[in-house]
Design a protein around this ligand. Structure first.
Ligand SMILES: Cc1cc2nc3c(=O)[nH]c(=O)nc-3n(C[C@H](O)[C@H](O)[C@H](O)COP(=O)(O)OP(=O)(O)OC[C@H]3O[C@@H](n4cnc5c(N)ncnc54)[C@H](O)[C@@H]3O)c2cc1C
Length: 425
């Protein structure tokens, strides 16, 4: 049988998910990771209904394993994604008043610690298939496949490259060209003051009911988000203002931003001021994302997935969900490649199936994630009308339903059908 080896560049959430999916489908692979181990920075990540479904399709035991790792809202509120509240008084509405509960069954607000999830995925993928300190810097292609060139001057060869090397993707740069405007991730004009606060401290400050359930506060020109993590011991807090001045710094995170946060949220109500009081001296994280989508997510034997394909601002908590959908669909397609037959045509057809099913949906999620910042921050004024609340409630349901409740197994079936039709021609 001709050799068929998949290289996965980038062992983040997406890369390790595709690794598990390939392993379960008996497709040989190697993961090349730039770091010296699989590590995720940051705190909680929200797993939406579509992300959970994609995980289950990747490996049927993953759904259960994630339930064991995750933190959810308090009993009785498990299906609530966020309670949405006034962040300042508005006409007849008082500070902290509930606007709506946005429901997202079956997950509700399901949060896992990033690194705990990554370690679970690494264990399932199998460390023996990982190569560390392998930072991709360049790649070249010929009729036999892809040659990967690493920063340590070594090389590797594979039949196919799945590039999951994140927002700074070297693979994306290599296939699009450094001067292509779709290559660079740009500052989005917004960011978050972030802190993790002990639940006991926040509960004493604003009351247990709001502290123990995920909240979004809408107020003057910004929004505030918080949700329980670490099985309810802590709360992850993000204050999201616009900061429209251009971002010239190399670093995306600035420490010691208390004064700036107090300035940006001075006009907010008492609840948000109480939250600010327990945040210490938070950092500011400047959100970057690819503002220009590539014409294609595939090039020859290279396929971009996850943030390497479509990074997006986190205002819908949807980036990782799209990454998991990519991982599942591409693995299903590659499982249909018959290794006894010539490979090239089959890879072309598989990648066309991936592109047809995944590009438009992920681009739309990315686009609406950017628009969501306007939506969250555009709600509040000093006298919000009943009509505006009604409209907001209606839009909230419309905005998220199509992201959370798509037929992900159906995506793979459609992609495979396209692949098969192309191979019949
Ligand atoms: C503040 C914030 C909050 C978010 N919250 C949510 C949320 O609640 N829910 C949600 O669904 N999404 C969320 N997202 C989006 C989510 O974090 C990403 O979509 C997801 O982590 C992408 O995973 P990935 O594996 O594609 O990329 P990454 O996680 O970035 O992994 C890339 C991997 O590739 C490696 N790598 C990089 N370059 C190279 C190279 N040249 N060679 C080899 N390896 C390389 C890296 O070391 C890393 O291990 C959020 C994003 C942000 C910024």
């Amino acid at each position: 049988m001709p050799s068929f080896e998949v290289a996965i560049v980038g062992g983040g959430l997406c890369g390790l998910s595709v690794a598990i999916a390939l392993k379960n489908r008996s497709i040989p692979f190697t993961v090349y990771e730039a770091r010296s181990s699989f590590t995720e920075l940051g705190h909680g990540i929200n797993i939406g209904p579509n992300a959970l479904e994609a995980f289950r399709l990747i490996d049927s035991s993953l759904g259960e394993a994630i339930y064991k790792l995750c933190t959810r809202n308090a009993p009785g509120k498990e299906d609530v994604w966020f309670q949405i509240r006034f962040g300042a008084p508005s006409g007849k509405h008082h500070d902290g008043e509930l606007i709506m509960e946005l429901m997202s069954p079956p997950t509700g607000n399901m949060t896992v610690i990033r690194n705990e999830l990554l370690q679970l995925l690494a264990e399932m993928a199998g460390l023996e298939r990982a190569r560390f300190n392998k930072k991709l810097v360049e790649l070249s292609q010929d009729s036999s496949g892809v040659t990967l060139h690493f920063a340590d001057s070594t090389q590797a060869h594979a039949t196919v490259l799945i590039a999951s090397d994140g927002i700074h993707s070297a693979a994306r740069r290599a296939v699009l060209g450094a001067s292509n405007p779709a290559t660079e991730a740009l500052y989005s004009g917004m960011g978050a003051y972030r802190a993790v606060v002990p639940m006991s401290v926040l509960s004493s400050s604003i009351g247990h009911e709001q502290a123990r359930t995920s909240q979004i506060y809408l107020g003057p020109g910004a929004y505030v988000i918080m949700y329980p993590i670490e099985r309810g011991k802590k709360v992850n807090v993000g204050f999201w203002p616009w900061r429209r001045e251009p971002w010239h710094l190399r670093e995306w995170t600035l420490p010691g931003q208390r004064i700036e946060m107090e300035r940006d949220f001075a006009k907010w109500g008492a609840t948000v001021h109480k939250i600010m009081n327990v945040m210490g001296d938070p950092s500011f994280f400047a959100t970057h994302h690819h503002t220009v989508q590539p014409e294609s997510l595939v090039e020859g034997r290279v396929c971009l997935i996850g943030d390497a394909a479509h990074s997006m601002p986190p205002h819908q908590g949807a980036g990782a969900g799209q990454a998991m959908e990519d991982a599942y669909v591409i693995a299903e397609l590659l499982s249909k490649v018959d290794r006894q037959k010539p490979i090239q045509r089959q890879i072309d057809a598989a990648f066309k199936g991936y592109e047809a099913v995944r590009k438009q949906r992920s681009a739309k999620v990315a686009e609406t994630s950017q628009e969501a910042m306007d939506w969250w921050t555009g709600f509040y004024n000093e006298d919000v009308s009943d009509e505006k609340i009604e409209q907001f409630t209606r839009e909230a349901d419309e905005k998220f339903r199509w992201i959370w409740h798509d037929d992900i197994a159906g995506q793979a079936r459609s992609a495979i059908k396209i692949m098969e039709q192309l191979l019949e021609l």
